[in-house]
Design a protein around this ligand. Structure first.
Ligand code: AMP
Ligand code: AMP
Length: 361
């Protein structure tokens, strides 16, 4: 396991006036790079050949390091290169999806903005539940076994897959039938059946608040709120019920993009307190707690009850809706604040106060 001391040793060698902000070229990289540039940093993108067009057409990365696949970031020569340019990496959804929390913890010898330990909590549904429950949030019920299914459940595959392969079932029989269908369609592997997480389906609307915990200010800020645009569920309503019934396939929840939301103001007290409680609990479960961005995935019912079904312990792609500004960022900062920039701002303040070690692990 990479120790904090090792990261601090690397940091000590860094030229603090010449820090580079780096990340993998996907997910929220444009958001991160734009923010870094606006705060005066150099930027580096670790990029796959096919995706290079993004970072050429939106030229926000000062350097592009081409790789065959993202796990090459674990190789010595890339480590060398990143350290020579005093790089701090910003983890996002692709880090867990393509490198894995375990390897990030053990093999990524580059300073990371954030808490590596919590990135691992994020990939373990049991640990996530523990964190959210201990923070006092309301969670949907879960079922250990498909025989226990009562009412409507959502069946979720392990890992950050953006809803791919999720399906609904209202009985054990329906669950097995649909699981077979998902295997046939290539959304699911048979050996993954064991690890499917069955969760009570909460009827309501999806709301994803994005927070930023500043260890320097010891404060949690709400920077934006979004919902996801999911294929194909989000457009099922455009088909009349009679035709829906005849649809051969079982719709899934593959995320295609995100849509900004402004919340009813009376919901804000609870949303704000939830973020604070989650940050507070993170200090107990994985000291020094969450550093920087995190996001709660909630469903709000027509009784205005907020159910939280997941947490992301890093920047979420939903914060891309705020690039430029979002109502909540605007209320605190005026024009031009958003998650990528808020991250870079925190690093900039840390450098000025000689507190970089407080935000980099
Ligand atoms: P990608 O590079 O687009 O394949 O995304 C990397 C990981 O982040 C995958 O696990 C995606 O499912 C997830 N992801 C990407 N974009 C979003 C989004 N807008 N909302 C939620 N998850 C996302
Ligand atoms: P996730 O990968 O857990 O973020 O979930 C992907 C999508 O599944 C969400 O955006 C929701 O549309 C839906 N979803 C997940 N959990 C629930 C739940 N307990 N109740 C209702 N919808 C859910």
């Amino acid at each position: 396991m990479i120790t904090k001391r090792e990261i601090d040793d690397i940091l000590r060698e860094y030229q603090k006036g010449k820090i580079t902000i780096g990340t993998l070229g996907s997910h929220s990289a444009l958001n991160i790079f734009k923010g870094a540039k606006e705060e005066g940093f150099e930027t580096v993108c670790i990029c796959r050949k096919d995706d290079e067009i993004i970072y050429r057409r939106f030229p926000l990365a000062d350097e592009i390091v081409l790789v065959e696949n993202f796990s090459e970031i674990l190789c010595d020569d890339i480590h060398q290169r990143l350290r020579q340019t005093n790089t701090i990496l910003i983890p996002h959804g692709s880090f867990n999806a393509y490198i894995g929390a375990e390897k990030i913890r053990n093999e990524l010898h580059i300073p990371l903005f954030g808490n590596r330990e919590l990135l691992q909590w994020e990939t373990d549904r049991e640990k996530q539940r523990e964190w959210l429950q201990r923070a006092g949030l309301t969670l949907p019920k879960t079922f250990k076994n498909s025989n226990d299914i009562e009412g409507l459940v959502i069946a979720k595959l392990p890992g950050a897959r953006g809803g791919k392969g999720y399906f609904l079932a209202n009985s054990s029989e329906a669950f097995h039938k649909k699981a077979e269908d998902m295997i046939k369609r290539g959304h699911l592997r048979r050996e993954e059946l064991e690890n499917i997480h069955l969760q009570e389906y909460t009827l309501g609307v999806n709301v994803y608040p994005q927070y930023f915990h500043s260890p320097l200010k010891n404060e949690v800020e709400l920077l934006g709120v979004d919902k996801r645009y999911e294929s194909a569920v989000d457009n099922l309503g455009r088909i009349p019920a009679s035709e829906q019934l005849q649809l051969p396939s079982n719709p899934t929840y593959t995320v295609i993009g995100n849509i900004p939301i402004t919340l009813r103001e009376s919901l804000l007290p609870e949303i704000l307190r939830m973020g604070e409680n989650v940050a507070k609990m993170s200090k107990e479960i994985a000291p020094p707690g969450i550093i920087g961005p995190f996001c709660l995935e909630t469903v709000i019912t027509d009784e205005l009850e907020v159910f939280t079904f997941e947490i992301s312990a890093r920047i979420v792609a939903g914060s891309n809706v705020g690039i430029g500004t979002s109502p909540y960022a605007y209320l605190n900062y005026g024009e031009g604040m958003y998650m990528g920039r808020r991250i870079a701002r925190e690093i900039q303040i840390a450098i000025k106060n000689d507190e970089l070690s407080k935000v980099v692990y």
